[in-house]
Structure formats: C-alpha cells, structure tokens
Design a protein around this ligand. Structure first.
Ligand SMILES: NC(=O)c1ccc[n+]([C@@H]2O[C@H](COP(=O)([O-])OP(=O)(O)OC[C@H]3O[C@@H](n4cnc5c(N)ncnc54)[C@H](OP(=O)(O)O)[C@@H]3O)[C@@H](O)[C@H]2O)c1
Length: 288
C-alpha cells in the first residue's frame, strides 16, 4: 500500500492555513481513510493550534479543554473570572504548553471582542472555538420573570454569538473548527425551561446558518446537544428526580462531562473534516 507521503499530490499550504495535516491527502479519499488504534496515545494533531473554550472552569467545558490539550492544542480557558479556570489550566499544562485562564462575562459584547484579541496576541492565533458557557434559570412560564428570560438568552445565545462574531476572521484564516454546545432540550423542549430551550434552539439555527456562511472558507460549524450530564448545573436535582431521569435514559446511566467532550474532540479532529451544520446529540438515547 502507498504511504501517505506518496499520495501527497497537493503542496502543503503555509503554516496556519490548515487545521489538519490530513487535508494534504485529500486527492484520494480512499487513501485518506485510516483506522485509529486505541492502544496508541492520542494523535497530537492540534499541536501548535489555539483553542478557546468558554465555560472551561468546570463541568463539560473543563473536560473539553483537557481533551483538546491532550491533542496538543494551546487552550484559552474562559470563565466568568480567570481564577475560576486555574485548575483547568493546571490540568491542560500537564498535557501541553500555553494553556491560559481568562475571565469575561460572555454576554458582554465589547469585553468578548477585547478578550478574543488578547487571546490571539498572547497565544498567537485562534483555530478552534467551543462555545460552551451556559446558565439555567428554570421556572414555569407563568412564574418566569422577564429578567430570567433575558439573562438566559443573553448568556447562552448572545454569548455564543459574541464569540462567533469576534472570532470569525481568525477562524477563517486558520480554516478552523467551531462547536457550539446546545442541549437536547433545544430539540425536544422541556416544561420549566422556556428560556433555556429557546436559547438552545436558537443555537441550532445559528449553527446551521453559520455553517452555510463559512463552508466556503473551510470552517466547519456544528453543535453538540448533550442530554442529562452530571455537573454543577444538574447537581440541585433531588435524588428521586435524578433517578427518574436515569430511568428514562435507554443506555441506563447519566452522562459524564467526558462523554460530551469526546464528541467535541471528534468534531474538532480530522473525523470532523466533512461534517458541518449538524446537531450531534449525546444523550444516551434520552431523546429517542
Ligand atoms: N449538565 C447538563 O446536563 C447539560 C445538558 C445539556 C446541555 N448542557 C450545556 O452544556 C454547557 C456546560 O454545562 P455544564 O453542565 O458543564 O455547566 P456548569 O458546570 O454549570 O458550568 C458552567 C460554565 O459556564 C460558565 N459561565 C456561566 N455563565 C457565564 C458567563 N456569563 N460568562 C462566562 N462564563 C460563564 C461558568 O463559569 P464560572 O465557573 O466562572 O461560573 C462555568 O465554567 C452549557 O451550555 C449547558 O447549557 C449541560
């Protein structure tokens, strides 16, 4: 069989133009296919790339940041306060150089633009964006305040838009990858979450639209929609309620942050090179 080098008929682009070396092999799709060996350490195919992950201080965002660091990315870990991300940065630093903590309210458009510029300066570029920061303010509609509606939309939906807007140009330059974290609730709806479900359904529309806008620039834009995941966000549920959720999950267990991070890692890695505009559900079958 030919070695990958032998089918490299397209000359490599200048540094920073391609996210994955595999693009170089695209002249023969059959030759480009490979099966990874799980006994081998993960590929360092994000080495030298900068990934920005919001909501990286804990839960799903932390798991994503660490997985991207294991693949060699320099990770900008963002939360409301930089010090909240110190643990995550330490975990990333064990895997790769260049992880840094940043603090911003994702709902603040000007501050997000300044932060993206700072990350580009300090970490030298931006090739991956994961919009993961999110909040809930659950209440039945009749009792939901306008403030609770607005804040959830501002953080979850507008916050994601703020980062997309600020990062679009560098991501185009890098032919990068974007993953927006939504929720199955954005597909199915959920009583008591009119605000949250609207924000997550909005992310689906935004993801599909931006995928169409940026496809010609080589940027893949997808959403990952988790089901029920054990994090601080779901920690307030009573034991009985958590058990009810668990019983309704066909795979028989509540998800872990790493279950979600694995799907994000796949989309950002070479496996995601031909996937765009999709909502990938990671819910153990909950929404079936
Ligand atoms: N857990 C689930 O079952 C589940 C299911 C479906 C979807 N999701 C989605 O997955 C994402 C992560 O959820 P999670 O469960 O990991 O949540 P989590 O444990 O509550 O963590 C939330 C993260 O978002 C950050 N954040 C919140 N508001 C912010 C703001 N205004 N500006 C900047 N950062 C902010 C927090 O930073 P601080 O630490 O500084 O507060 C924290 O890092 C969210 O988008 C959530 O909607 C979760």
């Amino acid at each position: 069989m030919q070695s990958p080098e032998a089918v490299r008929t397209v000359p490599p682009s200048p540094p920073g133009e391609h996210l994955h070396p595999r693009r170089f092999f695209s002249s023969d799709p059959l030759q480009a296919t490979s099966v990874s060996d799980p006994s081998q350490p993960p590929a360092r195919d994000l080495e030298g790339r900068v990934a920005l992950v919001t909501g990286a201080s804990r839960g799903i965002g932390r798991a994503i940041a660490v997985r991207l660091a294991v693949r060699g990315a320099r990770v900008a870990c963002v939360a409301t306060r930089a010090e909240n991300c110190e643990d995550t940065v330490e975990a990333c630093a064990a895997e790769t150089d260049g992880a840094r903590a940043y603090g911003v309210d994702v709902a603040d458009t000007q501050a997000v633009a300044a932060l993206v510029a700072q990350v580009r300066d300090e970490l030298d570029g931006l090739a991956v964006l994961v919009n993961n920061a999110g909040v809930t303010r659950d209440q039945l509609l009749l009792r939901m305040s306008e403030e609770d509606f607005d804040r959830v939309i501002e953080v979850n939906l507008k916050g994601s838009w703020n980062f997309l807007k600020a990062a679009a140009r560098p991501l185009m330059k890098a032919r990068g990858k974007i993953v927006n974290i939504s929720s199955v609730v954005g597909l199915t709806g959920n009583a008591g979450q009119v605000n949250y479900a609207a924000s997550k359904a909005g992310i689906h529309g935004m993801t599909r639209s931006l995928a169409k806008e940026l496809a010609g620039r080589g940027v893949c834009v997808n959403a990952v929609a988790p089901g029920f995941v054990a994090t601080d966000m779901t920690a307030d549920l009573t034991e009985g309620s958590a058990q009810e959720w668990k019983d309704s999950i066909p795979l028989g267990r509540i998800g872990t942050p790493d279950d979600v991070a694995a799907a994000v890692e796949f989309l950002i890695g070479p496996g995601g090179d031909y996937i765009t505009g999709q909502v990938i559900v990671v819910d153990g079958g909950l929404s079936l």
